[in-house]
Design a protein around this ligand. Structure first.
Ligand SMILES: *[C@@H]1O[C@H](CO)[C@@H](O)[C@H](O)[C@H]1NC(C)=O
Ligand SMILES: *[C@@H]1O[C@H](CO)[C@@H](O)[C@H](O)[C@H]1NC(C)=O
Ligand SMILES: *[C@@H]1O[C@H](CO)[C@@H](O)[C@H](O)[C@H]1NC(C)=O
Length: 385
């Protein structure tokens, strides 16, 4: 290649014959160097075409978010399948996200050391006023949990880099109570959390929720449960069966219709069931509109039909309905006393793995921002963290 380049160049320059030997040697050297350079260029372009081809192929094999990751991570090991995404701010739309999140391995045994994590998924309007309580609860348990936050899209989070909530916001949309957009937000949280293969149990929380025990107890209670804690009951009254629409047949019959509080805990299998669903989604979207509050019926009914034997039919999030009315009680600063916390934590009866238990609720709502101070003071003695 080098010699061909040289001869071409020489042929182009017949007028130079009259030059001295000295001056002929110099351009010749230059030409040689130029030829070498040309050869290198060709070699480089061959290599880069090969690289583009190779990395172009691996990018389509992985998820779209891998285009954010630098090329040097893309060596053919197992790592790229089991590493959580490096950023939660991917560019997938909901269709793409749900599709990606529905991937599940067929081989049940993981070929690597997998430490199962609890995904705490916060469905919020904006700030997390009780954040410092959660920070204390989670401290020292890194590697056993992940955090995801779905907030109003306009909300700008400014958690410090040291916070467990730092950069844990997922791409969000407006969610309205009682409407399908609320279920969409919950599915979005589940889908984002599913992208981390270590997440095994998924807990939905709001900004007014608090944990009722130390992390160790909550982690083991959830991990060792045979059932997922999805509240689901058959309410014969106007706010239960009264909201059923006959057009949902044959997918949903009235005897399968369930009601349950929105605040659930599901395992990985049920989380995949929820994000992959299109059958029930269509029916609920069309035939459960206010006064049918879809976030109280869609997941409880769907999971009862598909996997009834895998759900505990009760929630692990305590809420106080004793004051009556359409909404549960919200607690303020003055409510937070030792007696109150004692009442919230004890005096319950339920089944845990088919055995009677008095530990029934792991979380509680609804706590106003003003409760933070007294809760931080009493948490150590009464909540164990
Ligand atoms: C997401 O993008 C795909 C491809 O452009 C499109 O077919 C799909 O309808 C989009 N989904 C949503 C919810 O916008
Ligand atoms: C967590 O709480 C349980 C029950 O209150 C207690 O037995 C256990 O020692 C606590 N664990 C830690 C690590 O504090
Ligand atoms: C929950 O309810 C379903 C029927 O709706 C039942 O099959 C299942 O056994 C119940 N779960 C438990 C833990 O009792």
């Amino acid at each position: 290649m080098q010699s061909r380049a040289l001869s071409t160049e020489e042929g182009k320059d017949p007028a130079n014959t009259s030059r001295t030997n000295q001056s002929r040697v110099l351009p010749l050297r230059l030409l040689q160097i130029f030829g070498l350079f040309l050869a290198l260029c060709v070699a480089f372009s061959v290599i880069s075409v090969y690289m583009i081809k190779r990395f172009g192929v691996s990018t389509t094999l992985t998820s779209p978010q891998s285009s954010f990751q630098p090329c040097y991570e893309e060596v053919g090991g197992l790592d790229r399948w089991i590493k959580p995404p490096s950023t939660l701010l991917h560019t997938m739309n909901d269709t793409e996200l749900l599709w990606r999140a529905s991937f599940a391995p067929k081989v049940k045994k993981y070929p690597f050391q997998r430490v199962p994590k609890v995904a705490f998924m916060f469905l919020t309007k904006g700030p997390l006023p009780l954040g410092p309580l959660w920070e204390r609860f989670l401290k020292g348990h890194e590697g056993l949990y992940s955090i995801y936050i779905h907030s109003t899209p306009s909300f700008q989070a400014n958690f410090p880099a040291s916070s467990v909530f730092y950069r844990r916001q997922i791409p969000s949309k407006v969610a309205e109570w009682g409407r399908m957009s609320m279920c969409d937000a919950e599915r979005r949280l589940l889908a984002n959390a599913l992208l981390d293969i270590s997440n095994e149990r998924f807990v939905l929380l709001s900004e007014s929720c608090i944990p009722l025990y130390n992390f160790t107890l909550i982690y083991h209670y959830i991990m060792k449960s045979k059932y997922s804690f999805m509240g689901a009951f058959d309410d014969p009254g106007p706010y239960g069966r009264g909201r059923y629409n006959g057009n949902m047949k044959p997918e949903v019959s009235i005897s399968q219709w369930r009601k349950g509080a929105q605040w659930f805990e599901v395992n990985r299998k049920l989380a995949v069931n929820i994000v992959e669903d299109t059958t029930f989604y269509k029916k609920f979207e069309e035939f459960c509109k206010p006064a049918c509050y879809v976030d109280e019926h869609y997941f409880p009914t769907m999971l009862t039909i598909q996997s009834g034997h895998l759900i505990a039919n009760r929630s692990i999030t305590w809420v106080d309905w004793s004051r009556g009315g359409a909404h549960p009680a919200t607690f303020g600063k003055a409510d937070i006393t030792e007696e109150f916390l004692h009442r919230v934590v004890s005096n319950h009866k339920c089944l845990y793995n088919n055995q009677p238990s008095s530990t029934c609720f792991l979380f509680a709502r609804k706590f106003a921002p003003s409760t933070l101070e007294p809760l931080l003071q009493l948490a150590h003695k009464h909540l164990g963290f």
